[in-house]
Design a protein around this ligand. Structure first.
Ligand SMILES: NC(=O)c1ccc[n+]([C@@H]2O[C@H](COP(=O)([O-])OP(=O)(O)OC[C@H]3O[C@@H](n4cnc5c(N)ncnc54)[C@H](OP(=O)(O)O)[C@@H]3O)[C@@H](O)[C@H]2O)c1
Length: 438
């Protein structure tokens, strides 16, 4: 009977921030969605933990259930929308749905990033449609453009601001000179940060999203555990001020670069030139900058989270699946089963910004330059500022192999004239395009 009714039946697994937004838009945009999907969309059942919880939007409580079996076993449901979050029970429910050849739309980056391989393998066997546009970049159309519109190009690099919380905090620290704690408290007050912000500020959320992007772009399965990750806790307001003076801004970037058969994938605070398109992405906005061999540079920009922006991405997937019911999925994504070869962070070639607090006496700079020289690190710029008995040296290196830079840093820490190295931040260049059709 599925797909042959006069409407498309939806089973909503979760009805919180995103789920209630999805329900709301299905009612509000009824005619637009009917036109787009080919038939009216009808929410048949909703799974929640507590039907009496208040919801961000009004929802029909009569169709709410707390037993997952009552949704999963409903044979009339065409498309399941998983917006519960977390690994379990979301993963088991997703596997049940896909194993029975039914179709899944999910916003859950955790199950796709960590268990994409199991899900895609199962979907390839059963022919299920699996879509997850909202899992990266919230409301920004990204996965489908990367998978389909750019399917004919060789993507060389992606650099993304994929976490709105950290972007809000860094923007606030940079524009108002706020301390980290103050900026975080403001983000929490505005609902841009969770009460436990660990996943965001330590870069776990961005690493999960980057793992998904790497799989889509480079046609290999990888997990967030393989991605080098550093959060924003070490970024000081002084670094943001120094960056501004040097013509840079600091962003938490998720970066992936294809290097022959290797993928360099990393999440860390990054200095980018203030002229770079990502430099002007402020507040809780997200943006993903992509460089394709033929298409050149592209940037996708918008709301990376929030109820209605994210619900829009979910509904885009629902419409896409609804229009293709009865047909095989565009891609079975069996490439997810191939292993990704991730380049060790020590082999990465990048530039570095470093701040040293040193004893202010003649010959110090020469000793520091000597340590860099011994480790094949050459310096692009050096600025010295006197502060009482000590001085602060702010330097930027030329491109270096990361392991050489780290050896130099260890050597500097051993010098008696170096009091402290309070900051090290990687620097990305502004010129990206290797387009062949320039
Ligand atoms: N929030 C965003 O801006 C955003 C953006 C992009 C992607 N996402 C993703 O979207 C998903 C949903 O996020 P959200 O912010 O909407 O979460 P949320 O507000 O916490 O909502 C989760 C919903 O799932 C239900 N639920 C959770 N565990 C359940 C269980 N064991 N049994 C039955 N129901 C259960 C909850 O029921 P009760 O309501 O009864 O508690 C709630 O309705 C997550 O994967 C998240 O990563 C969110």
């Amino acid at each position: 009977m599925r797909g042959s009714q006069d409407c498309i039946n939806i089973g909503l697994l979760g009805c919180g921030t995103i789920g209630s937004g999805v329900y709301h838009l299905i009612q509000k945009n009824y005619s637009e969605l009917t036109e787009a999907a080919g038939k009216p969309l009808k929410v048949k059942r909703i799974l929640v933990k507590d039907p009496y919880e208040p919801r961000p939007f009004e929802v029909d409580r009569e169709i709410m259930v707390t037993d997952p079996g009552q949704v999963i076993s409903d044979e009339s449901i065409d498309i399941f929308v998983e917006v519960m979050g977390g690994i379990q029970p979301a993963l088991s429910l997703a596997l049940d749905i896909i194993s029975s050849g039914r179709h899944l739309v999910t916003a859950n980056k955790e199950i796709i990033a960590n268990h994409g391989r199991e899900l895609m393998a199962k979907a390839a066997q059963t022919g299920s449609h699996v879509r997850f546009e909202a899992a990266v970049g919230g409301g920004i159309p990204l996965i489908r453009p990367l998978e389909e519109s750019l399917g004919g190009d060789n993507i060389l690099k992606v650099m993304g601001i994929v976490n709105g919380t950290t972007n809000y905090i860094l923007s606030k620290m940079s524009s108002e000179g706020s301390a980290y704690d103050q900026a975080l408290a403001e983000a929490q007050r505005l609902g841009f940060a969770e009460s436990d912000p660990t996943a965001d500020v330590e870069g776990f959320d961005a690493a999960s999203k980057l793992a998904i992007l790497c799989s889509i772009l480079f046609k290999r399965g990888g997990t967030p555990r393989e991605i080098y990750r550093e959060g924003i806790l070490s970024v000081r307001p002084e670094d943001l001020e120094n960056a501004r003076e040097l013509g840079f801004v600091v962003k938490l970037l998720a970066i992936a670069v294809r290097e022959n058969d290797l993928i360099s994938a990393r999440v860390h605070p990054t200095m980018i030139p203030d002229s770079h398109p990502l430099a002007s992405v402020n507040g809780n906005f997200n943006a993903i900058f992509v460089v394709g061999e033929s298409v050149g540079e592209l940037m996708f920009y918008g709301q990376g989270a929030g109820s209605l922006p994210t619900a829009t991405a979910v509904l885009g997937d629902v419409v896409n699946v609804a229009r293709n019911l009865g047909r095989p999925p565009i891609s079975t994504r069996t490439y997810w089963l191939r292993d990704a070869s991730i380049k060790p962070i020590g082999d990465t070639v990048t530039r570095f910004y470093m701040v040293l607090r040193v004893i202010d006496k003649p010959g110090v700079l020469a000793r520091i330059a000597g340590v860099f020289g011994d480790n094949n690190v050459s310096l692009e710029s050096v600025v010295q500022k006197g502060i009482g008995d000590s001085a602060q040296i702010i330097l930027i290196t030329h491109e270096v192999i990361e392991s050489n830079f780290m050896k130099a840093k260890n050597g500097l820490e051993k010098l008696d004239v170096v009091l402290e190295i309070p900051s090290v931040i990687r620097v990305e260049s502004g010129s990206e395009s290797k387009s062949q059709n320039a």
